[in-house]
Design a protein around this ligand. Structure first.
Ligand code: PA5
Length: 434
C-alpha cells in the first residue's frame, strides 16, 4: 500500500478540521463510485484493472511482440492523455535515457504529435533515417490537429519505405470504437486497432491500450501493471481515513481552503519528470475550472532545489508540496576515499549515495516545514511494474474524489477548446469563420 504521511501539515490545518472533512470525503467517494456526480458518463476507468489478460490485452501483447521483432524504433503519436501516461511509466521504470542501446528486438520509443515544433520534427526524421520503424496513432477523438499532422507525415514516410501494404502492417491505431477520422482511416486502410472505451476520458486512459501497447513494446510487464492497479482498486475502496487516498484528497482540499493554491508534486528520481507531467494533466485538467483549482507543478529534487528551492523556501506562502518516495534500489553506489581530499568529501567515505539522498530528503522537509510550507509525503515502496499500476489508479481515484470535494466536474475540459477555436479560425479550417 502507498503510505501518505501528513505529519508535516499540522501547522497549517487542524485535526478537528480534518475530522470534519470525513463526511465530505465519504460523499465524494460515494458520488464517484455510485456514478451520481457530474461527468458520470466517464467513469469507465474505475473498472479497467483486471487480474487476468482479456482478449484485448492478449491482442495488445501479440502486437507488441510483432512491433518489437520488426522495428528498431516505435513512434507513439498522441497528445495530452493520449501520450503522457505511457511516457510517464516508461521513464519512471526505465529512466529518462531508456532509448540508449536499444534496437530491433527491444525498439527505441519516441513520441510525436504532442506539439507543432518543426525542430522536433526534423530531429525525429533524422532519428528515423535508415531505421525500421512502426507507429501507433493514439487519439480518442481521432481529430486532434497535432497528432493528425504527425500521422499524415509519418504515414507517408512509411509508405515510401515499405509500400502501401507494408506501411499499413506497421500502423496501429488506438481510438474510439465508432467515431472520428482515425477510426475511419483504421477501418478503411485495415490498420490493426485497439479501442479507447467511450466512457474513459483521455487523462484517465493509461490502463487501456493507450498505455498498454507502448508499455508492452517497451518490455514492461503489462499484466503486472494491471495487477498493481487491481491491488489499488481493492485496497483503496476503503471508506475511512485509514485510506491514504482519502488522506491525500482531504488534506489538499483543506490546504487549498487555507490559501495554498499551488501544489508541487516532486520526487528525488530524474525518471519521475514525465510521471509528474501525467499527474499535472490529471489534476490540472480535472480541477482547474469554474474559477477554482490547485495549480499543479512538478519538480525533480535535488536538481530543482538549485532552481526552485529559493522560491519554495522563501517565496509566496501559497504552496504545498507532495513528495513521492521510493525504496532505494538494491544496487548501491558507495562513495570512495581520496587521499588528497581536495574536494573535502572524505567525511562521506564509505557512505552510499542513497544515504546522502535520504539526508537531503530529511533536510529538505525540515527546511520547508520551518519555512511555513506544508509537506505531504507519499511513500510508494519498491519501484516496479506493479507499483506503477498501483500509483496510476491511486492518483486517478484521488483526483476524482478531490475534484468532487472541490465541487467541479472532474471529467470535462471545456477550457481546452478556446485555443483550438482561435487557431482554427487563423488557419481557415472549414466551419471556423473569422
Ligand atoms: O484528457 C483529455 O481528454 C485530453 O488531454 C486529451 O487526451 C487530448 O486533448 C488528446 O485528445 P485526443 O485523444 O482526442 O486526440
Amino acid at each position: 500500500m502507498i503510505k501518505v504521511d501528513i505529519s508535516h501539515v499540522w501547522g497549517q490545518i487542524s485535526l478537528p478540521d480534518m475530522l470534519a472533512m470525513e463526511k465530505e470525503v465519504f460523499d465524494a467517494h460515494e458520488t464517484l463510485t455510485e456514478g451520481t456526480g457530474a461527468g458520470s458518463d466517464f467513469l469507465g476507468w474505475l473498472n479497467l484493472p483486471v487480474r487476468e489478460a482479456t482478449e484485448e490485452i492478449t491482442r495488445i501483447q501479440r502486437a507488441a511482440e510483432r512491433i518489437r521483432r520488426e522495428s528498431d524504433v516505435f513512434v507513439v503519436i498522441g497528445i495530452g492523455g493520449s501520450y503522457l501516461g505511457p511516457r510517464a511509466a516508461i521513464e519512471l521504470l526505465q529512466g529518462p535515457n531508456h532509448n540508449i542501446g536499444k534496437g530491433k528486438g527491444n525498439p527505441q520509443i519516441f513520441f510525436a504529435g504532442n506539439g507543432l515544433s518543426t525542430r522536433h520534427w526534423n530531429e525525429l526524421t533524422r532519428l528515423l533515417e535508415d531505421k525500421d520503424f512502426s507507429i501507433a496513432i493514439i487519439s480518442k477523438s481521432g481529430t486532434t490537429t497535432e497528432p493528425a499532422i504527425a500521422t499524415r507525415a509519418l504515414r507517408w514516410m512509411l509508405e515510401r519505405k515499405y509500400g502501401t501494404d507494408g506501411a499499413n502492417r506497421r500502423i496501429y491505431a488506438i481510438t474510439d470504437p465508432c467515431k472520428g477520422a482515425l477510426r475511419q482511416m483504421a477501418t478503411e486502410e485495415g490498420w490493426e486497432n485497439f479501442i479507447i472505451p467511450p466512457n474513459v476520458g483521455g487523462r484517465f486512459s493509461v490502463l487501456t491500450a493507450v498505455g498498454l501497447l507502448p508499455l508492452a513494446v517497451a518490455g514492461i510487464d503489462i499484466m503486472e501493471l494491471m495487477n498493481g492497479a487491481m491491488d489499488a482498486k481493492e485496497a483503496y475502496d476503503l471508506r475511512s481515513f485509514e485510506n491514504p487516498v482519502w488522506q491525500y484528497a482531504a488534506v489538499r482540499n483543506l490546504l487549498y481552503r487555507n490559501g495554498k493554491a499551488m501544489e508541487i508534486f516532486e520526487s528525488y528520481e530524474p525518471g519521475f519528470k514525465m510521471f509528474g507531467g501525467w499527474w499535472q494533466q490529471l489534476f490540472g485538467e480535472s480541477e482547474g475550472k469554474d474559477g477554482k483549482g490547485i495549480f499543479p507543478v512538478t519538480a525533480e529534487f535535488t536538481a530543482d532545489l538549485h532552481s526552485l528551492g529559493q522560491m519554495i523556501q522563501e517565496g509566496q506562502r501559497n504552496i504545498f508540496e507532495t513528495m513521492v518516495r521510493f525504496d532505494a534500489p538494491e544496487n548501491k553506489f558507495v562513495i570512495g576515499s581520496d587521499w588528497k581530499n581536495l574536494d573535502g568529501l572524505n567525511y562521506l567515505e564509505g557512505k552510499t549515495l542513497d544515504f546522502v539522498d535520504e539526508q537531503a530528503f530529511q533536510g529538505t522537509v525540515a527546511a520547508h516545514v520551518d519555512g511555513g510550507l506544508p509537506v505531504i509525503t507519499m511513500d510508494c515502496g519498491e519501484l516496479n511494474d506493479r507499483k506503477v499500476g498501483e500509483m496510476f489508479y491511486f492518483l486517478e481515484l484521488a483526483c476524482g474524489i478531490s475534484a468532487y470535494i472541490l465541487g467541479v466536474n472532474p471529467f470535462n475540459q471545456p477550457g481546452v477548446e478556446y485555443y483550438k477555436r482561435n487557431m482554427f479560425q487563423l488557419l481557415g479550417k472549414p466551419g471556423y469563420n473569422k
